[in-house]
Design a binder for this molecule. Sequence first.
Ligand code: GAP
Length: 456
Amino acid sequence: MPAPNMELIVSLAKRRGFVFPSSEIYGGMAGFWDYGPLGVELKNNVKAAWWRQMVQLRDDIVGLDAAIIMNPRVWEASGHVSGFSDPMVDCRNCKFRFRADDLKGPPSEIACPNCGNRGTLTDARQFNLMFRTQVGPLEESASVAYLRPETAQGIFVNFDNVATTSRQKLPFGIAQIGKSFRNEITPGNFIFRDREFEQMEMEFFVHPAQEDKWFTYWVAERMRWWTDEMGIGPDRLRLRAHDRDELSHYSRQTTDVEYAFPMGWSELEGVADRGDFDLAAHAAASGKSLSLFDAASGEHVVPRVIEPAMGVDRAVLTVLLDGYHEELVAGEKRVVLRIKPTLAPIKAAVLPLLRNRPELVEVAQRLTADLKRRMSATYDDTASIGKLYRRQDEIGTPFCITVDVDSLTDGAATIRERDSMTQERVALSAIPERLGALLGGEATWAGVPRGSDTAQ
Ligand code: GAP
């Protein structure tokens, strides 16, 4: 199935409260977005799935949460002050700005993509993408600081702290989730390219002799994560190795996991072999040794680093795009978000069939309260049952529970599963347990797993 167009997802995200333009009542701000009630749940679930897989289920990776603003010398040593830039071109006529590498030809020869004038584009010049700010009350050059453009440097400068306090031996990793900021020349494609975004990055430190082996391992492991843990269709994913001339200043080799976005195959995650670039640079600039004694080889080594790095916002966009389906059910269009139940913002929705029967409403609300203790659950009686189902399908709720008049006598209710739309009658008292087992991957629905034991 072709990817849905971006407009459908932008509209669903706005209409249902996943993502809003930032400061919308003032006209918004390009490259900044706010996550609404459903969006924050989805985003938290994506982050939890990554953290669980990368940190909690492994013995060889530990977590970190470093400050966004660091000593500016970090960014000098890392090469970002001198090298973290994109080539930018201005139009002298309409004042629009473009990334030179997005233009189809040399600026002097082509028409401005915005106003169409020829001969008005300037030559390309390098534009540093880091946001600058001031720290402290004095506005002087000594107080200049940067909002981090990647979370990775917080990990490198803490390498020694973590290595000595966590008793890790090579190979081991440090993982971090947090905000990053880039003054992108052309933010766009909804939450694909933002100026404020979140990253999930892991730096895996290895003995130099094992660099290639671990690079190969992480490329394969990250691809597996996207299909198995995120549920993204394998036919819309591919791996692409960077050509030498597109490698970042720190990279020896990089392979991207790409997704078939509506605007074409684009980077979802990068797995980079950063060699010893960062540790060596920080050791030289700070004067602190960032080597480690490797008991296995009996040597002191500056470890090499393999880095899987991805954007949370891009992951959320991918989950929405990949999960979006339209189908005809009894002659009517049904929009259903077929996302992994573990990622769904709401796991269970309790829907009473008759909202004017107080005893029925009471049973349904009691069930909702029971469910809320185990999972994100909601109660809704504000429309007909058909409409209530559609509402939940559209936001990916894997299970709806209908409480009907028979529930008052048989003490049971009907669970309806989102993808198959098949139903099961289950005792009210057993429903939280049944759904918990389905979501936790310990039970199946008509023989098909509906959850995962790796993310809740
Ligand atoms: N530490 C390495 C690093 O930052 P990157 O390829 O520049 O590498 C890693 O970024 C990931 O962060 C990308 O694969 C993408 O998912 C996400 N990302 C980068 N820039 C972004 C932006 N402007 N908006 C949203 N996500 C972005």
